[in-house]
Design a protein around this ligand. Structure first.
Ligand code: GAR
Length: 192
């Protein structure tokens, strides 16, 4: 059995898709959902799926070892960031080397970095008049959006697409590919 923790700050549509994807897989369990926002809808997603959830605050995340201990006590093997907006501290990265991944709603290294999330990314892509964009799934390191890239998928942007339409295309790609890539990475870990 491999256990996943999902970290999310928002609506949790990617978390939902991942939960759905592994629902009938007896080898993988979504064992914990962690959020930094007490009102994030992802906590409702956790409740609806009977998944233990935890709300964290800044000081316990950055100034203590509580989260690492909790993840280890819960025997978490792999961490999936799905719209989680806080930088991951080194202590956590060192405890889970190459076992934390993130999804970003653009083709990194373009449109990454602090403050580049969600609609801000779609607006930047729109303002730059890009003719294509996409998603990036990457390992997490100490910098925002800079870890080794695992996977990218592209989509075309029509001249008539606004930030909202771009966001829709990106979300479709995320929902299609994130669960599959998580599964592939878990297989790689269990083989090693
Ligand atoms: C996703 O589009 C994800 O790529 C983005 O937040 C959204 C979360 O949506 N993450 C970032 O922008 C990270 N820089 P969700 O809560 O519906 O899964």
């Amino acid at each position: 059995m491999q256990k996943i923790a999902i970290f999310a700050s928002g609506t949790g549509t990617n978390a939902s898709k991942i939960i759905e994807h592994f629902a009938s897989n007896e080898e993988v369990e979504i064992a914990l959902i962690l959020s930094n926002r007490p009102k994030a809808y992802v906590l409702k997603v956790a409740e609806n799926n009977n998944i233990p959830a935890k709300v964290i605050n800044r000081s316990e995340f950055y100034d203590s070892n509580d989260i690492v201990e909790e993840l280890e006590n819960s025997e978490i093997d792999f961490i999936v960031l799905a719209g989680f907006l806080w930088l991951i501290p080194s202590s956590l990265i060192n405890s889970y080397p190459n076992k934390i991944i993130n999804i970003h709603p653009a083709l990194l290294p373009k449109y990454g970095g602090k403050g580049m999330y969600g609609r801000f990314v779609h607006e930047a892509v729109f303002n730059a008049k890009e003719t294509e964009s996409g998603i990036t799934i990457h390992f997490v390191n100490e910098e925002y959006d800079e870890g080794k890239i695992v996977f990218q998928a592209h989509c075309l942007i029509d001249p008539s697409d606004g930030p909202k339409e771009i966001g829709k295309k990106i979300q479709e790609l995320e929902h299609k590919y994130y669960p599959i890539i998580v599964e592939k990475l878990l297989r790689r870990i269990s083989i090693n």
